[in-house]
Design a protein around this ligand. Sequence first.
Ligand code: CA
Length: 221
Amino acid sequence: MSHILIAEDEHRIASFVQKGLRAKGFTTTTVTDGDQAYRHARSDAYDLMILDLGLPIRDGMSVLRALRAERSRLPVVILTARDSVQDTVTGLQSGADDYLRKPFAFDELLARVQLRLRSTGAPPEPTVLHAGPVTLDLRTRRAQVGERWVELTAREFSLAEQFMRHPDQVLTREQLLSRVWGLDFDPGSNVIDVYVRYLRHKLGDDRIETVRGIGYRFSVD
Ligand code: CA
């Protein structure tokens, strides 16, 4: 059965949606701020997210943009009190699959959720990434260099995945901080440099090039 992520800070609405969906046989998880919404949405545990735009810590639009920037295909139905045409357009342009204004009837929400779940028969995401001699299996979270298996921590894996999804492209420090650490700002630490060093050690010294003042590039040849 489908697992729905509900990102909504108004307890009354979250509980109304949750009860309704559970009564229809869905599994649900509710989160109440944008930061949690983003972290949960990236986890592959969900089939669809119902996303409130007015969330604390990080607003729904920013969560949606970050997910789509990472090519997340998670279907997203926006639920919001903002009812201007501009907000609807912005939401859809930012990659929302559907849009529902509060107040809404539960049946209408249900119909949209069911529609979006059915229309996700899109081309499946690759489950194995290859770049040069490096192979990453996204399901088993295992890495291989040539014939050799390499142990990567969760964070190293996630960093390697970003590089391998964008071979030969420069990824900026900001992009890496946002996609791998979920940070919107540079905390001024050298965390990226440290992890790049770990990855170089494990995947090969000349694989990841430093592009001075900008970021890093995963070189394929
Ligand atoms: Ca809200």
